[in-house]
Write a protein that binds this ligand. Structure first.
Ligand SMILES: Cc1cc2nc3c(=O)[nH]c(=O)nc-3n(C[C@H](O)[C@H](O)[C@H](O)COP(=O)(O)OP(=O)(O)OC[C@H]3O[C@@H](n4cnc5c(N)ncnc54)[C@H](O)[C@@H]3O)c2cc1C
Length: 398
């Protein structure tokens, strides 16, 4: 039986970027916080390549980037679906932090622990019950059950959130009819050359980096890994194909044969790579939790929202963490009434709804049909106007 003295302020489920920033902020405010993650070790599989938007300023404000060599950039142009937003050289409204996600997570975990949070890995949350005073959380640790008592519980446990499902909170939205197959591939120097703003691949031809190259059979995106992570070897490229999904299910382990076959279908030729790592396939989803709070339990990050176009997800999750950390800390130290807890959902749900609209628009703009053509035709004209482009960028900023 736990006593009041054992009761934690907050238990966070999930040591992704959202949960780790939240834990650090709560610890900084003097809250006793424990993060539980089912993985025994941080996952090294490449995921996000950077943070885009206002969350970058929040990271900088917390001095997270100091001494890391990481730099915030304000790009003069930025991709939005098939368009390039021309934002101008001076005071671009958009902040971008190029950083591999696993490095961001390491920095956030170090900060959280330094400030007093506890991060327990190899602990999978399997259930919880809430009452008037708090939440009792059950977890499995190497086959043995453990129990924690906390005032509040936050599910930062990703798109397939256990916490969300356990609460019975719906996650309506849409699943894409396309599938993306992605990997980090090594292309020997003799088979590839960076020529101006193109990547010239032997047997394939020129490809524009960082954006989909349409081929009539889908599209391929290619980017030199060292453009995103300076420590990456210069013969490594991040490639992804995008094709109609058919019966294919997304998988965390894609065979080399499947990757090569997809590249051949899309390119009509073989991509001359020697090895591929971290190959997998993903199907884009665009979904929003019906609510972010059920009594003393909250949802944040991918557990609350997932977007069909890249670049906005970490920003949205980190901004959730900032808002929820501020609210929970204020209520826990008695500076705000319990009723204030609803402010989190009132602030963040409309923001995520706007990001959903922006990302769905990007998908619609990329559609290979007459509607996509019409949208590109009309909106392409509009975003050529600098003021409109900056307005769109300000919406992406969040
Ligand atoms: C290939 C790829 C590329 C991407 N690129 C970008 C990008 O460039 N920019 C961008 O903004 N976003 C990108 N994203 C999306 C981004 O990775 C996610 O939005 C981000 O990881 C969400 O963070 P999170 O902390 O909310 O959840 P997650 O990072 O998913 O973390 C959830 C954590 O919860 C843990 N967990 C789950 N269930 C339990 C349980 N029952 N008990 C305990 N622990 C549990 C998991 O182990 C995991 O560590 C990309 C995603 C992919 C797959």
């Amino acid at each position: 039986m736990s006593t009041k003295a054992d009761t934690l302020g907050v238990v966070v489920v999930g040591a992704g970027p959202t949960g780790l920033l939240l834990a650090g902020d709560l610890a900084a405010a003097g809250v006793r916080v424990v993060v539980l993650d089912r993985n025994a070790e941080p996952v090294q599989t490449p995921k996000g390549n950077g943070v885009v938007g206002r969350a970058v300023l929040e990271l900088r404000r917390r001095k997270l980037l100091r001494g890391t060599g990481l730099r915030v950039v304000r790009p003069p142009r930025f991709r939005f679906g098939p368009f390039t937003l021309e934002l101008g050289l001076l005071r671009s409204p958009l902040h971008v932090l190029p950083v591999p996600q696993h490095r961001l997570e390491l920095l956030l975990a170090q900060r959280a622990v330094r400030l007093g949070a506890t991060v327990q890995r190899g602990r999978e949350v399997t259930g919880f019950e809430q009452d008037g005073d708090g939440v009792t959380v059950q977890a499995a640790a190497g086959g043995s059950p453990v129990e924690l008592r906390t005032r509040y519980l936050v599910g930062c446990d990703g798109a397939r959130s256990f916490v969300r499902k356990y609460l019975g909170i719906g996650f309506p939205g849409v699943t894409s009819a396309n599938i993306s197959r992605l990997a980090r591939v090594t292309i020997p120097a003799g088979a590839v050359a960076r020529v101006g703003d193109r990547i010239e691949v032997r047997g394939v031809g020129p490809l524009v980096p960082f954006r989909p190259n349409r081929t009539g059979h889908g599209s391929i995106t290619i980017a030199p890994a060292d453009a995103l992570d300076r420590s990456a070897p210069d013969d490594v490229y991040i490639v992804s194909t995008h094709e109609p999904r058919g019966d294919s299910e997304p998988t965390d382990e894609l065979s080399d044969d499947e990757l090569r076959a997809s590249l051949r279908r899309v390119l009509g030729a073989d991509l001359p790579y020697t090895t591929a790592v971290a190959a997998r396939s993903v199907v884009a989803n665009s979904r929003h939790a019906e609510r972010y709070r059920e009594g003393r339990v909250f949802l944040a990050g991918d557990a609350a929202h997932i977007f069909s176009a890249g670049g906005s997800a970490i920003n949205a999750g980190l901004l959730d963490a900032v808002a929820l950390g501020r609210t929970l800390a204020a209520v826990l130290r008695g500076a705000a009434p319990q009723a204030e807890l609803d402010a989190y959902q009132s602030e963040r749900r409309p923001a995520a709804q706007r990001t959903l609209a922006l990302t769905r628009l990007q998908v619609a703009l990329d559609a290979d049909d007459e509607t996509g053509e019409a949208l590109r035709d009309v909106l392409g004209d509009l975003v050529r106007d600098r003021a409109t482009a900056r307005r769109v960028a300000a919406l992406i900023e969040g």
